[in-house]
Design a protein around this ligand. Structure first.
Ligand code: DX5
Ligand code: ZN
Length: 220
């Protein structure tokens, strides 16, 4: 099995997004990871619906939209219409997570839940069977280019066990500080999807970096 690779355009050149998307189109990446920040749930503002629409016009791969926003129920339909195929909301931002997930699925999107570094995996036990994706944050959300939090491996193993035991089909995505040093152990622990921002875009050869992540063997 090969990992799913989702380059995060947050680390790309926002004045040249078309070029960045074309690089992703021509690479072995699988998804385009799009980070939406509202300045409330996280201490940063990134991009919104018009940018997702613009990205969609060029992207040949599914848009994996990571909503770091409060009250996502107000906006998921607009993100779906803008072209999101996969939509993840944060467990910490949702008082009615079950309703939020059903709303995303009713739109025909894949539904994901993202969990901050301090949030225990066990808090997903009653929703795991409804999920297509769990995004484990391996940094505190809000910024690209941060240091990977080592405790993530333990969370991935615990989540993998929960997924196996529950019969859930959820994929495990890792987001934050992913690179070729930590990726093999993340895949070994049970990760299915690797998001990579700075590791890809700060490289002189982003396509090659994507290819190297993609060609990591998953012994499963
Ligand atoms: C952080 C974002 C990440 C970020 C990853 O809030 O959710 O997707 O862009 O970037 P790197 O790989 O640079 O940590
Ligand atoms: Zn993200």
């Amino acid at each position: 099995m090969t990992p799913t690779i989702a380059p995060s355009i947050l680390a790309g050149d926002f004045a040249n997004l078309q070029k960045e998307i074309e690089m992703i189109n021509n690479s072995s990446a699988d998804w385009v990871h799009v980070d939406v920040m509202d300045g409330v749930f996280v201490p940063n503002i990134s991009l919104g619906i018009p940018v997702v629409e613009a990205v969609k016009r060029h992207a040949k791969k599914p848009l994996d939209v990571h909503l770091m926003i409060v009250q996502p129920e107000k906006y998921v339909e607009a993100f779906h219409k803008a072209g999101a195929e996969i939509i993840s909301v944060h467990i910490e931002a949702c008082s009615h997570l079950h309703r939020n997930i059903q709303q995303i699925k009713a739109l025909g999107c894949k539904a994901g839940v993202a969990v901050n570094p301090h949030t225990p995996v066990a808090s997903l036990s009653e929703i795991i069977q409804d999920l297509d994706l769990v995004c484990i944050m391996s940094v505190n959300p809000g910024f690209g280019g941060q240091k990977f939090i080592e405790r993530t491996y333990h969370k991935v193993k615990e989540l993998k066990q929960m997924i196996r035991e529950s019969g859930s089909k959820a994929l495990i995505e890792i987001d934050g500080g992913v690179n070729l040093t930590n990726a093999p152990a993340l895949l070994e622990a049970g990760a299915d999807v690797l998001v990579a921002g700075n590791f890809v875009f700060a490289s002189p050869n982003p396509k090659e970096v994507i290819e190297r992540l993609k060609s990591l063997a998953v012994a499963r």
